[in-house]
Structures are given as C-alpha cells and as structure tokens.
Write a protein that binds this ligand. Sequence first.
Ligand code: UDX
Ligand code: UDX
Length: 430
Amino acid sequence: MKLSIIGSGYVGLVTGTCLAEAGHTVICVDNNQAKVKELQAGRIPIYEPGLEELIRRNVQLKRLSFTVSTKEAVEKSEVIFIAVPTPPQEDGSVDLSYVEHVAREIAEVLPEYRIIVDKSTVPVKTGEHVTETIRRYCRKGVEFDVVSNPEFLREGSAVADLQKPDRIVIGVASDRPVAAMKAIYEPFKAPIMITNLNSAELIKHAANSFLALKITYINLVAAVCEASQADVTQVAEGMGSDARIGRAFLNAGLGYGGSCFPKDVSAFIRIAEELGVDFGLMREVEKINASIPERFLKKLRSSLWVMRDKKVGQLGLAFKANTDDVRSSVAIELAKRMAAEGAILRCHDPKGGEKARELLPAGVEIVSDAHQVAEGADVLIVATEWPEYRLLDWHKIKNSMRTPRIFDGRNLLNPAEMKSLGFEYTSVGR
Ligand code: UDX
Ligand code: UDX
C-alpha cells in the first residue's frame, strides 16, 4: 500500500521504516528541513538498534523516501499517519497544537478519500476533534476517515517491538477503513483488535499509566526491602512468576523517566479530571516517582557526608539503555542535582553523550571511555542500565578510584562480585 507518516521522530521514523520493510511504499514527512536533508543523505538522526540498516535497505529498494511536503505525501498516499509530538503543558495537559496543525494541513490538500491515522499518544476524544477539524478545513464533499492506531514501541527495542507487537489496536468510527488498516498490518502476523475511536485512545493512556504504576509499586517495595534486609530482585522474581502479575516492569531503580511515561501519566490524570473522574491513584504515583531520585541522593549523601568538591563518576545519561534519548532522563536529573550541590562530575554514556551535553551544566565533563569516569573519583554512580557496563574492567576501576564506592541506581551489577572486588557497594532495595 502507499502510506505516509507525518513527523519523522522516534515514533514516526521507526514506524515508517518498519512499514516499508513490510512491503509498503512509505513517504516520511518532517517539517524540519535540516532533518529531512540528513535523512535524504542517509544520515540517521537517532540511535535505535537495527534502524539504520533497515532505512538503508528500504531507501535502496525505493520503498522509503523523505520529504518536507505534506501535500506531496497526502496526494501520493492512501493512508496518512500522524506521528508528531504531543508534549506536556505547564498544567500537565497535552499540547495538541502540532496534531491540530497537521490535521489542518492534511485537510487543505485532501484530494479525495483518504484514511488519516493518529499514531501520536493523545487524550481520549482527540480523534473526534481531528475529524471535526478536517471536515471544517477540507474541500466540500471530500470523504475521509479518522482512525486511532496507538503505538506501543519502547525506545531501545523499537524495531523489534514494531515488528513483533503483542497486539495492534485500531480504533474506528465506521467500518470503511477497517479492511485497509488490516491490510497494512497483515504482514506483521499479530493479533488485531478493532475498537471504537475513544477506546483505542484510552488503551494507550491506560496501558502506560498502568506500567508506570507497576514500576512505582516495586520502587516502594524496594524501600521496604531496604528497611528489612530483604532483596527486591528476589521479591520481584517471586511476585512476577505469578502469571497474573508477570515479571516485566518490576525492576526497581531510579523511577520512571523518558518522553512518554511522565507526560502520559499527567495527561491521563488531566483528561480523567476533565471528564469528571478524580484519578488520585495516579497523582500519588506521580508524587512517589518524583521522590525516588531524592531517596537515592539521600543515601549517597549519607555516604559522602558532604557533596561539595567530591569527584563523582556517572555511568549513563540516557533515560534507559540502548537509546541516545535523554529527554526527561532521571540520569540527567541526578547529574544536575549533584552538580548543583557542588560535586565535580564526569559522565559517560555509550550513545547519549552528545544529546546530554545540551542539558547539563557547563562544568560537567562528558568522556568517551567509561573507565575514565572512575579516575580519582570518590564515588561511581550507575544511572542507566547499559549492559556493557557490566563488562567494564572493574578491577582497574577499583584501583583508579580515590575511594572505591559504587551507588548502583539500576541494580545492574552483582553485589557479591562488587564487594569481593573491594567496593563499598550500594544498590536499590537489596
Ligand atoms: C512521539 C509521539 O508521536 C508522541 O505522541 C508520543 O507520546 C511519543 O512519541 P516522538 O516521535 O518521540 O513523539 O517525537 P520526536 O522525536 O520529537 O519527533 C517528532 C517529529 O515531528 C520531529 O522530527 C519534528 O520535526 C516533526 N514535526 C513536528 C513535524 O513534522 N511537524 C510538526 O508540525 C511538528
Ligand atoms: C514506554 C512504553 O513502554 C511503550 O509501550 C510506549 O509506546 C512508550 O512509552 P519507553 O518510554 O520507550 O516506552 O521505555 P520503557 O522501557 O517503557 O521505560 C520507561 C521508563 O521506565 C524508563 O525510565 C525505564 O528506565 C523505567 N523502567 C522500566 C523502570 O524503572 N523499571 C522497569 O521495570 C521498566
């Protein structure tokens, strides 16, 4: 099929590429001219495992192309996906101006029947507004359908998540777009759920909020473990092997971050409120999650006593492993707070260093070899769970530190091993 995606960021670019890989012809649109030029020249603006190779292959096969022109994309495609940002506003509600703007742009150039699919995460009832907007701005008599098709990919495993989804949710207001939507996803051989428009939008907010709740729950359990000499990884294992609970998203750490969970939780609270439902449960989750970095810093302060002038080496800046994304990263938040308290910071991240530079205070050093962060350091912080950090030369690290202390915010390292190497080792809930 002939498809286009408007917005070529973490979601749009991966979605467009995987749809091309599935055999469709896909045009990726972005209003950022520089980004489109880069993509046309074969340079990929984000790091996502497996993505570069897929882009290259599909561009070569002429199934994937890039443009700034929404008009060209709308004219040439049967189905147009919207994947522009839906950032949070001051009050936690969603800024829908990009979605509205793109809906108008599409409407103004709509030549004949098209399916417009919202992939951005939006509050329930957005599809209704998009339908109304397109109706107002399109030529009289042109028919179209608006579909909600939320995306559940995780950064760092986006390509795999997209190619092997647990389910595909398609929310529609009529039967007309169903066959085409099913045809798009047929190559993925995944269960397809057809729902109404509002349910599809709600599924995304409800799912992300539930996962955020699950993480927050285990972080509180971790606090109880710390106070009772229990081990949160064993507790998570034991809870998680109950099929009704499941082990996924029960990793205690520094709290959830990233460009989705924090904003989706506040957006869900806000839209529920607008609809007359007080979602106090999720407000509590937000509050607890916000307090987790401070709990970690408190433990750190009790070991360092005074933070000022202490040399801190930090491993990890990205909001999670396998991505260069540093948006709303708890690792960045930690670094900023320690720097504000006078610590001398040296940080490393395998992929996120460059993007982190713009967010960190000028005095924070970013180095390219992970071992360097330990040199002369009073403490080493693990802030992102990059698996390759497990393979560092920990013996060398121990010998290069001023005082061999590790604060592992992600429970990445083996406590017994670290202790036997001579480190004073502290992690979360164990
Ligand atoms: C997405 C979503 O679509 C959001 O709703 C979801 O909650 C998180 O993921 P993401 O792909 O992470 O956003 O955003 P980003 O990487 O910032 O990419 C968005 C792209 O859209 C950018 O390249 C931007 O230049 C482009 N854009 C933005 C447009 O092409 N048109 C616009 O009007 C606005
Ligand atoms: C999330 C959803 O998982 C995905 O379905 C949706 O499409 C977008 O939002 P993403 O933000 O890319 O994906 O990453 P995810 O792996 O969900 O992690 C989110 C945050 O939770 C990260 O800060 C991560 O470190 C944290 N996390 C995750 C934990 O602290 N513990 C866990 O057990 C899992």
